[in-house]
Design a protein around this ligand. Structure first.
Ligand code: PAJ
Length: 265
């Protein structure tokens, strides 16, 4: 495609595709002359004890969905194809992973950035699309592309939600119906935060306390973090006097869920 002077759009995923993934795929279809989707449950971004083995997989269904939504190529390498027995190289960032999800998942972003680097080198896209649902991941990929001089435009895409606000995620299948109900506390606390800010409460601590109350009032919920921070550096902000990122991670029994929003004063 490059030799034909055609552009390549790329959507990396770990599969078990949902509407959120499909919205990225549709965007990719619009942006590039050709569209590559990858499906690869990347072992090096899971720590021991996390859900690598149980991560939901359904390749046949994914291939059908990818094809129906406009993918020209679906790249589905196996583990040994990307990580041979003598594999040695990992890509790490100095600052951005030391916040939010990186604190409780210390090897996660090294694994993500390593696989995305490899996928970029294999696919050689002009554009790559990532969801804002994984906001820290998006910021980190943008930084890596800039730092390592990849000639790739990174495009951020909006978070798709279920009708009641729950952010779509492959991991939502782990939730029982009771747990799914508890999981709504993530979205509710983000909405409440914007409501508080709109009536002039701009103290991050107060907004985080209110979110924390909402989450704790749900059954079987355990807060990993709630943060209000600069959307580029991810450094905490105490007084909200400009656009900020509010991000949170909550465990509902064993399922760790994340969500975020941009708050506007
Ligand atoms: P995965 O969780 O499969 O997500 C693939 C892409 O879909 C990511 O860019 C993610 O932000 C986006 N996405 C997930 N849920 C979404 C939603 N509700 N709305 C819109 N977009 C959504 O993120 C990964 O895989 C991996 O870390 C990967 C980048 C593929 C590296 O292994």
């Amino acid at each position: 495609m490059r030799r034909l002077d055609k552009t390549i759009a790329f959507v990396p995923t770990m599969g078990y595709l949902h509407e959120g993934h499909l919205s990225l795929i549709k965007k990719g279809r619009e942006i590039g002359d050709s569209l590559v989707v990858s499906i690869f449950v990347n072992p090096v971004q899971f720590a021991p004890g996390e859900d690598f083995e149980n991560y939901p997989r359904d390749l046949q269904r994914d291939l059908d969905l990818a094809r129906k939504n406009g993918a020209d190529v679906v790249f589905t390498p196996d583990d040994k194809e990307l990580y041979s027995n003598d594999y040695q190289t990992y890509v790490n960032l100095k600052e951005l992973p030391n916040h939010l999800c990186g604190i409780s998942r210390p090897i996660f972003f090294s694994g993500v950035v390593t696989v995305v680097t490899k996928l970029f080198n294999i696919v050689k896209p002009h554009f790559a699309i990532f969801g804002q649902k994984d906001y820290q991941q998006l910021v980190i990929i943008r930084q890596m592309v800039c730092d390592l001089n990849f000639d790739i435009e990174i495009i951020g895409a909006e978070t798709l939600r279920e009708h009641d606000g729950l952010a779509m995620s492959s991991r939502n299948v782990y939730l029982t119906s009771g747990q799914r109900n508890s999981a709504l506390c993530l979205y509710k606390s983000l909405q409440k935060a914007q409501a508080l800010l709109s009536i002039g409460i701009n103290d991050s601590e107060k907004i985080i306390d209110s979110a924390s109350e909402i989450i704790k009032s749900g059954t079987n919920t355990e807060i990993d973090y709630i943060a209000i921070c600069d959307p580029k550096t991810l450094i905490d902000i105490k007084k909200i006097d400009r656009q900020v990122l509010m991000a949170l991670a909550v465990k509902v029994v064993k399922t760790r869920l994340i969500d975020n929003t941009i708050l506007n004063p």
